[in-house]
Write a new protein. Structure first.
Length: 276
């Protein structure tokens, strides 16, 4: 890795840190002080609401620029030892399984109670649960391979298909369930995050399997930090609001919050470890 590449890589990481600090604070102000108490939605007349969207877009564009401005040839870059990431990958896989089982149990209870579903909704929910279970298993197997340094024979086509399909289904399911005006709510950020998640999983599979590394490393650096940034600005203000009693906490949120935390941590640690 030459000196100019190191500077660019460091710059993208510093942009991620700076963006996280600025946007998390920004989001806390919006979430706690600019919510319409009657609707629960953000105050659309707030100048800060538009300013947040502009600042977020600028940081994402900066990450994109520094990730793709590098002309270094990555095709001969060796994957660093990932043994230290193995425990985190295992926990992430288990978090996916826990979320899948929780969603499956909730779906089963809804069907059992006689709740009426549209055929497409029921099919989508069922497929999402099944794919989630398989994805959790894939991540746990990947974690074992990371720990034993046996990634060379890892089935790239399965990794790419399952993990990307999983993120696509998460996006589709989230889009069908949005409950507030999409341009001014957390729904928009969640959907953007899931798009970055699809890109991250594609880059993740490419890097792990050493497939088309030039595209893989650049996409990983952008999507990894963009995904983690969006997750942070969604999660931390929510947790802060719950801690100070401004937002309500439901026990059913626990599994989702734990899942989000470990997804975000895995994304940051993997991207940082592989690209630096």
């Amino acid at each position: 890795m030459n000196q100019s590449q190191q500077k660019r890589t460091k710059a993208s990481y510093l942009i991620f840190i700076l963006a996280a600090v600025v946007l998390v604070c920004f989001r806390m102000i919006l979430k706690l002080d600019f919510i319409d108490p009657q609707t629960g939605f953000y105050n659309t007349h707030s100048v800060l609401n538009s300013a947040f969207a502009i600042v977020y877009a600028v940081f994402c564009l900066a990450l994109l620029f520094f990730s793709y401005s590098d002309k270094e040839n990555y095709e001969k870059k060796l994957l660093p030892p990932l043994k230290t990431i193995s425990p985190l990958a295992t926990i992430f896989g288990m978090a996916i399984e826990a979320k899948a089982l929780t969603d499956g149990y909730e779906l089963f209870n809804q069907i059992k109670s006689g709740e009426q579903f549209k055929t497409m909704d029921l099919l989508l929910n069922s497929i999402t649960v099944l794919v989630s279970v398989v994805t959790g298993i894939v991540m746990i197997v990947l974690a074992v391979n990371m720990g034993t340094h046996s990634l060379k024979g890892y089935p790239s086509s399965i990794v790419l298909a399952i993990t990307v399909l999983y993120q696509c289904l998460m996006l589709i399911e989230r889009f069908t369930k949005h409950t507030s005006p999409i341009t001014i709510s957390d729904d928009m950020l969640e959907m953007v995050m899931l798009v970055f998640g699809i890109l991250f999983m594609m880059a993740h599979a490419r890097v792990i399997t050493q497939l088309n590394l030039n595209k893989g490393y650049r996409l990983l650096q952008f999507s990894g930090y963009a995904f983690a940034l969006t997750a942070l600005i969604l999660l931390l203000p929510e947790l802060f609001g719950i801690l100070i009693g401004r937002l309500e906490f439901e026990p059913a949120q626990t599994t989702v919050i734990v899942y989000d935390i470990f997804l975000m941590l895995y994304c940051i640690v993997f991207t940082r470890k592989v690209t630096h």
